[in-house]
Write a protein that binds this ligand. Structure first.
Ligand code: SF4
Length: 425
């Protein structure tokens, strides 16, 4: 099979992995080397379904010995199979890079033969790129669950980011849909990568020359909707991953029903709204000081599809509102719908000089159509309705009906338009 054919198969097989953000690494161009990365991340573009495409995103092989029900590459699925050699992947990366097609590599893999054999191949790819070709561009590599720790540790010395995908958010889900995968085999490499990252940071404080280890951190991906796991469970898992393993990102991927299997849920459209709400909640965990328990509960385990998680939290805690914008502390400002991190900082800075007025809030960048229901400004409430959960919810969801132009009017307009001889512009 020629390289073109392999590339077609293995690029197609990789498209369901969304954990490929390329930001967070900083490596300058070295003379005699090829490529560089920048602090703000490599520019990346997105396909219309939201997948990152700026990196060469391929599988090392799709010839999998595992049988995960939801996956196109599972052993029992009849699809064309292909495998690269390490040198082929390295050559492709360099050639694409030199042609300016890509800014880096995102390399994942199915399990060929066994986890160690697969990880050896992946590690050899990145070794060739860094050592033989002196490639300095961005590399995101998959850590293969169950692979020897020494292999993961070696690969980590060559790459910017590593991700070990959890895929299914519970042990029960794994047992049902990916019986060869074990929770412990996924968490173990995550723990190792985290320890090595911390160790490297510590060593860098003491010694001048220390090799980098996964400088852009680690990430993972969770599939949403392939199992019965609700949003609360997914968010609790996310929170645990951020705390325990210092993950840079958790990516959520709405389950796309691409293959048939009796154990898979019947679904026509991927649950993209759940994916979207989880990303919003993830943001609240990382930057707004929320915990999973505040956003969801056992009694309300799924996000509201109509309103975002911050508004839902505010409505559930309506007894805390309205809040006087000129007195609330920073943490509380962050919890007001329509106020983001930047506007909360601006409010704190501005009110040191003078009390903030309602008009002043607008200038600061606050989204008043949401915020007005939850605040007072110099003692005055501008929401226009009682501060009651149901009323505010109704107002936030209200969408004025757009009046369409009556047909007689549109005819008349076109009639006049036809009569206009000149365009005066
Ligand atoms: S290990 Fe499972 S999810 Fe990964 S490629 Fe193989 S079948 Fe697909």
């Amino acid at each position: 099979m020629d390289i073109q054919e392999k590339l077609k198969i293995l690029a197609d097989s990789a498209k369901y992995d969304v954990s490929c953000s390329s930001s967070g690494s900083n490596r300058k161009h070295k003379s005699g080397g090829i490529g560089s990365t920048a602090v703000s991340g490599i520019c990346h573009s997105w396909t219309d379904d939201g997948r990152c495409i700026s990196l060469l995103k391929i599988l090392y092989t799709n010839d999998c010995v595992y049988d995960c029900a939801y996956c196109v590459n599972r052993i029992t699925n009849d699809i064309p199979r292909a495998s690269f050699t390490p040198k082929e992947v390295a050559d492709l990366t360099i050639n694409f890079y030199k042609r300016n097609y890509i800014e880096g590599l995102f390399l994942s893999s199915a399990i060929t033969r066994n986890p160690d054999h697969t990880m050896e191949g992946l590690t050899e790819v990145v070794r060739i790129l860094r050592e033989d070709y002196r490639f300095n561009g961005y590399i995101h590599l998959k850590g293969i669950p169950g692979a020897d720790e020494l292999l993961i540790a070696k690969a980590g010395l060559y790459v910017d980011r590593m991700s070990v995908n959890i895929e299914l958010p519970s042990s029960e889900g794994l047992k049902l849909l990916a019986p060869q995968k074990k929770k412990e085999n996924i968490l173990k490499p995550m723990g190792l990568i985290n320890r090595k990252i911390i160790q490297t940071i510590d060593e860098k404080k003491q010694f001048k020359k220390v090799s980098s280890f996964v400088p852009a951190g680690q990430s993972t991906q969770l599939i949403v909707g392939a199992t019965a796991d609700h949003d609360y469970k997914i968010l609790q898992l996310t929170e645990g991953l951020y705390h325990k393993f210092n993950l840079k990102r958790v990516y959520y991927s709405a389950y796309v029903p691409v293959v048939q299997h009796p154990k898979l849920p019947e679904m026509i459209n991927p649950p993209t709204i759940r994916e979207h709400r989880l990303y919003q909640a993830d943001w609240l965990l990382r930057f707004y000081g929320f915990s999973a328990e505040e956003l969801l509960t056992e009694a309300q385990p799924n996000f509201d599809h109509e309103l975002d998680p911050k508004i839902t939290w505010a409505l559930r805690n309506i007894h805390l509102f309205p809040i006087e914008i000129n007195r609330a502390d920073y943490e509380m400002l962050l919890r007001i719908p329509g106020i983001g991190v930047k506007s909360a900082q601006r409010i704190i800075a501005a009110r040191k000089l003078a009390p903030i007025s309602y008009d002043g809030l607008k200038k600061i960048g606050v989204v008043l159509k949401r915020t007005k229901f939850f605040v007072t400004c110099q003692g005055k409430y501008y929401g226009g309705i009682d501060v009651k959960e149901g009323l505010i919810r109704q107002s936030l969801l209200y969408k004025p009906v757009k009046r369409s132009t009556p047909s007689w009017q549109s005819h008349q307009l076109s009639f006049f338009t036809d009569l206009m001889p000149y365009n005066h512009n």
